[in-house]
Design a protein around this ligand. Structure first.
Ligand code: ADE
Ligand code: ZN
Length: 348
């Protein structure tokens, strides 16, 4: 038994940084730092509408999800070649290794690229190569989750799924992202049914800005294995009870939620309430290049802002990240044992 009471708040930041963890909600296009955007724009001869890195970064003042997505899709326009996708993902993995991330499941948005004429094979090969190298050189296990853009049609989702099939072995699951309001999960009922037949893991963004009804349809229509965000579940106590009873993971992204005005401040974030209700919440970075921090920044800033969160919650969040991951049970057991060792030593 780990005696969490022996670990004081002053030791939390170092422990949060040092503990092994998994990242389950990172849009790899959202890890594209302004410096890399400019480098790739130059390399590929793409014209940007901002004169400098500083001017681009200054535009990162978002009022809601859509105001962010407009800039995020513009940033992704510099990605054209396989090596561009590799360079982007490799830069993320180097930062993830520094944050003691031992496992990452990367979202990618193929339609953002195929709509610009970039073949899906270019996207997947570049990302897959980075995943392989992350494993070989950084000891990070990594996999890819293909996301459908929900502001586009279900037919468009079917088309990109078809294009991805030759690369089925490189993709572990599918997700649903982009503009949430007005695009409920049930709009994609048929394509997700097909993905389930293909044996893909299923996740979806729901309850970031959208209502609890979207979380219900992600569960009941898409049959998700995790909810991405899900923080608005607290508007419906019966839903909270169900999510807790089913141990349905919620991949929560605190810095993202503040940048996109889902919560005014980190101090007002409902993560303590979610954990208190027995939900299997995890902490994630979402789009770290745009939201002011990678995974450890999310942990450290969130714990600093919320006095209800202590060593017990740090352990629980890291443990949830392993248990909610799409890896074999024996691998999860080994990761949790490593986590136990870190906390046992800290409490000694
Ligand atoms: N795509 C990238 N980041 C996203 C987010 N936070 N919500 C929905 N779609 C996204
Ligand atoms: Zn997201």
């Amino acid at each position: 038994m780990i005696d969490f009471n022996r670990i004081g708040r002053d030791r939390l930041p170092a422990l949060l940084r040092a503990m092994p963890k998994a990242e389950l909600h990172i849009h790899i296009e959202g890890s594209l730092e302004p410096e890399l955007i400019f480098k790739l724009a130059e390399r590929n001869g793409v014209k940007l509408s901002y004169p400098s890195v500083e001017a681009l970064r200054a535009a990162y003042a978002f009022t809601d999800l859509q105001s962010f997505l407009d800039i995020y899709y513009a940033g992704a326009s510099v990605l054209l070649k396989e090596e561009d996708f590799f360079d982007m993902a490799w830069a993320y993995f180097e930062r993830a290794a520094a944050d003691n991330v031992v496992h990452a499941e990367l979202f990618f948005d193929p339609q953002t690229h195929t709509e610009r004429g970039v073949p899906i094979g270019t996207v997947i090969r570049g990302l897959h190569h980075a995943c392989q190298r992350a494993h070989a050189e950084l000891g990070i296990s990594a996999s890819l989750i293909l996301c459908f853009l929900r502001h586009l049609s279900e037919d468009a989702a079917f088309a990109v799924l078809e294009e991805a099939l030759p690369y089925r072995a490189h993709v572990i699951g599918v997700g649903l992202d982009s503009s949430e309001r007005g695009h409920p999960p049930e709009k994609f009922a048929r394509v997700f049914a097909r993905c389930r037949e293909l044996g893909l893991h299923i996740v979806a963004h729901a309850g970031e800005e959208g209502p609890p009804a979207y979380i219900y349809s992600a569960l009941d229509v898409l049959k998700v294995e995790r909810i991405d965000h899900g923080v608005r579940c607290v508007d419906d106590p019966a839903l909270v009870k169900r999510l807790a009873a089913e141990r349905m993971p919620l991949t929560v992204c605190p810095l993202s939620n503040v940048k996109l005005c889902v919560f005014k401040t980190l101090a007002e974030h409902n993560l303590p309430q979610l954990l208190q209700a027995g939900l299997a919440a995890t902490i994630n970075s979402d789009d770290p290049a745009y939201f002011g921090g990678y995974l450890n920044e999310n942990f450290v800033q969130t714990f600093a802002a919320l006095p209800q969160l202590g060593a017990r919650e740090a352990y629980q969040l890291a443990r949830n990240s392993f248990e909610a991951s799409f890896v074999a049970p024996a691998v999860k057991v080994a990761w949790v044992a490593g986590l136990d060792d870190v906390f046992t030593a800290a409490a000694a």
